[in-house]
Design a protein around this ligand. Structure first.
Ligand SMILES: [Ca+2]
Length: 104
């Protein structure tokens, strides 16, 4: 869990400012765009392989295998080992304490 927090530490500042700029609906669209960027195009899910491959594109190439596994297991709610769009959005919100504070 600590490693996951490290990875997404940037989101803490990122999401509240996005919220301000785009509003809640726009933010959800941005999250969906993020999901599409990271997903396996054939399965429509974020998998270990897609996350590993796309993280390089997104400049997260120093993401370690165990950090990816950690993120996936943290976000995977139905236990299929991959993240669908809802699971991804929930994970992003959970990992962004700054946004939750903003929302309250
Ligand atoms: Ca899942």
């Amino acid at each position: 869990m600590e490693e996951v927090v490290d990875i997404v530490v940037d989101f803490e500042d990122y999401f509240p400012s996005m919220m301000e700029r785009y509003g809640a609906e726009g933010l959800m669209m941005e999250l969906c765009n993020g999901f599409r960027l990271l997903m396996d195009g054939e399965r429509g899910l974020i998998t270990f392989e897609s996350l590993k491959m796309k993280s390089v594109v997104l400049g997260l190439s120093d993401l370690k295998d165990e950090e990816i596994v950690c993120m996936l297991s943290e976000g995977d709610l139905d236990g299929d080992g991959a993240l669908n769009q809802a699971e991804f959005c929930i994970l992003m919100f959970r990992l962004s304490p700054g946004l939750l504070m903003y929302a309250h």
